[in-house]
Design a protein around this ligand. Structure first.
Ligand SMILES: C[S@@+](CC[C@H](N)C(=O)[O-])C[C@H]1O[C@@H](n2cnc3c(N)ncnc32)[C@H](O)[C@@H]1O
Length: 303
């Protein structure tokens, strides 16, 4: 079934062009979501082509096109990319990998998932609802120092320390359970004119922590090098500066720190090389799809 309201794909043509789809190529979409990018890949490859699409969220599976024998849906975190590729016997044989990072519009619209402060719902925020700590667990159990760190690093909030102190102080009165309980505590610390933007940063920080997004991204990038064949493409769409920096560094140097390594003779060692310049959505797409405004598309090729 195709669900148009689930998610509108960002930079659809540019991202799929970056993969250089071929008739009988093997491709991987590590973030299936509403399946917009995956369907475009399927449209461009031939009957001999293959697509492996990952998503850790059970809701995404409902968007898998029926009877499409070229597509294999993998209900898993993309951090296990190499294990699955080995399982399907395509490790080192893949022509292109696409990653469209973060959450889908569906996550923000599904009230009960707790991703959006537009609703009052349990503070969950897990993309994979099967297990693991929720945002409420993080708020109720992390130390003030740990909360300050994640609000500063993942939310880029200047007053992270003050926010963390207020969150912990309030915990003595009652546990965090609902979105409203968090908003009540945080709101007085946010400048009124930027309240929504700052609140979005608080939610982004919690979401990244709950879903271990940075660790999963690093593992997936390392796995991508093993998964691709020489000349194979890695195409990544990022939505915030932290993940974009990691991807940019990785494409330049082969590690997320961006440290260029050399061999004994001083030759640059790098498993990937950057292809072209970073691409951002044009004015029309940004106007039609507000989510696309922070998007950055980067492409690299395995050496
Ligand atoms: C931005 S959406 C992708 C949208 C998709 N490109 C489309 O056209 O509809 C990101 C998707 O990736 C999934 N996701 C995020 N991190 C993941 C991870 N570490 N492993 C597997 N899936 C992940 C989310 O559940 C979400 O459905």
């Amino acid at each position: 079934m195709i669900c148009p309201t689930y998610h509108v794909p960002v930079l659809l043509n540019e991202a799929v062009d970056g993969l250089l789809p071929t008739e009988d190529g093997i491709f991987v979409d590590v973030t299936f979501g509403g399946g917009g990018h995956s369907r475009e890949v399927l449209r461009r490859i031939g009957q001999g082509g293959r697509l492996y699409s990952f998503d850790q969220d059970a809701d995404a599976e409902a968007n898998v096109p029926e009877g499409e024998r070229r597509l294999t849906f993998v209900r898993s975190n993309f951090r296990y990319l190499t294990n699955w590729m080995r399982y399907y016997d395509v490790l080192g044989k893949v022509d292109g990998i696409l990653a469209d990072l973060g959450v889908s519009s569906h996550h923000f619209d599904a009230e009960e998932r707790g991703f959006s402060f537009r609703f009052d719902a349990p503070l969950d925020m897990r993309m994979n609802g099967r297990g693991g700590a929720t945002a409420a667990d993080v708020l109720n159990s992390y130390s003030e120092e740990e909360l300050a760190r994640l609000l500063f690093v993942y939310g880029e909030l200047k007053n992270a320390r003050k926010l963390a102190a207020a969150i912990v102080k309030n915990r003595q009165r009652a546990d965090y359970g609902s979105i409203a309980s968090l908003l009540d505590v945080v709101r007085p610390f946010l400048p009124r004119e930027r309240e929504k933007k700052e609140m979005a940063k608080v939610f982004q920080a919690l979401r990244i922590e709950v879903n271990h997004e940075m660790d999963a991204l690093e593992e997936m990038l390392n796995g991508a090098v093993k998964t691709l064949k020489p000349g194979g493409r890695l195409v990544v769409l990022t939505y915030h500066s932290l993940e974009d920096r990691m991807v940019k560094n990785f494409m330049k140097s082969g590690n997320v720190e961006g440290k260029v390594e050399t061999d004994f003779y001083g030759n640059r060692l790098c498993p990937m090389r950057t292809v072209g310049k970073m691409i951002v959505p044009g004015e029309k797409e940004q106007a039609e799809n507000p989510r696309s405004r922070s998007a950055k598309l980067r492409i690299a090729e395995k050496c």
